[in-house]
Design a protein around this ligand. Structure first.
Ligand SMILES: [Zn+2]
Ligand SMILES: [Zn+2]
Ligand SMILES: [Zn+2]
Length: 275
């Protein structure tokens, strides 16, 4: 499996609008951060091991799913063009904050190219928010103009299978709100969180590559700070950790130089090969 980090910035993006700080004016490309999203390439169908445990429910869209997008962020179109995302076979949503969903309308282009409806997976609250915030997508009746995304919505109730690959939702606390991280094999994506509930730790055992929220050095009410994220790393002990959802307080090179071995700041376009 291959993971591409399409965006590693916080909700404002970096550079932030009308900011004169050093990071927002940096010439290091790794200091330019679009809104958070990743793309999973599950690889060729026949290279995948058999469908996982009996507890894994068969997905209605199991056939020929290879490219799985996590969130449809504000910058989806720019990310798809920058990183040549030519297909999206399924979408996982972490939660319904604007920076994670506002690119949903861009999915029309994949419907058109692939001539197919795209399966979307989210928890009940996020599904409800999507139906309300994008009500025009879910209205029935005649369509005019450029059309609307064609989506099949599935409520996540536990581990499930996409294209024969087991996806494990990981409950996370994002301030007072419970949202979802995701684990696929030895990889986990835990964005937008400031606490990992007790029941989620066993789900993360054996994770070797981790992408984890670390907003900035100062503490925050809904995101891990760098020090808090390092405490998660110390407990989980993955081989490689990449911090994401990064704000303009953290210059890439200087921050990475001070992080322990095996821990780095992610950057847009970073590719992780997961074995
Ligand atoms: Zn966010
Ligand atoms: Zn700035
Ligand atoms: Zn959020």
């Amino acid at each position: 499996m291959r993971v591409t980090l399409l965006g590693t910035g916080t909700s404002h993006g970096v550079p932030a609008i009308a900011c004169d700080c050093a990071v927002c004016h940096s010439t290091d490309a790794r200091d330019r951060r679009m809104r958070p999203s990743i793309l999973l390439d599950l690889g060729e169908m026949d290279a995948r091991p058999g469908v996982g445990s009996a507890a894994v429910a068969a997905s209605p869209t199991a056939a020929a799913v290879r490219y799985v997008l996590v969130d449809t962020g504000t910058d989806l179109r720019a990310q798809a063009l920058a990183y040549n995302v030519r297909r999206v076979d399924a979408i996982l949503f972490t939660h319904s904050h604007a920076d994670h969903i506002m690119g949903l309308d861009e999915v029309r282009r994949y419907n058109m190219v692939q001539q197919a409806t795209i399966g979307c997976y989210a928890d009940a609250r996020t599904l409800g928010d999507l139906r309300r915030m994008f009500s025009y997508i879910f209205e029935t009746g005649p369509r005019a103009g450029g059309g609307v995304p064609r989506l099949s919505m599935f409520e996540i109730g536990g581990p499930f299978s996409i294209g024969g690959v087991e996806v494990i939702p990981i409950p996370l606390m994002h301030g007072p709100r419970e949202i979802l991280g995701y684990r696929v094999g030895s990889f986990a994506y835990l964005t937008d969180c400031n606490h990992i509930p007790d029941r989620s730790w066993p789900l993360l055992e054996g994770v070797r590559t981790l992408v984890l929220d670390a907003l900035r050095h100062r503490s925050h009410s809904t995101h891990f700070s760098v020090d808090e994220a390092l405490q998660v790393v110390a407990r989980l002990r993955p081989e490689r950790t990449c911090f994401t959802h990064i704000c303009h307080d953290l210059p890439h090179a200087a921050t990475c130089a001070r992080l322990p071995a095996g821990v780095e700041l992610a950057y847009d376009g970073l590719v992780l090969d997961i074995t």
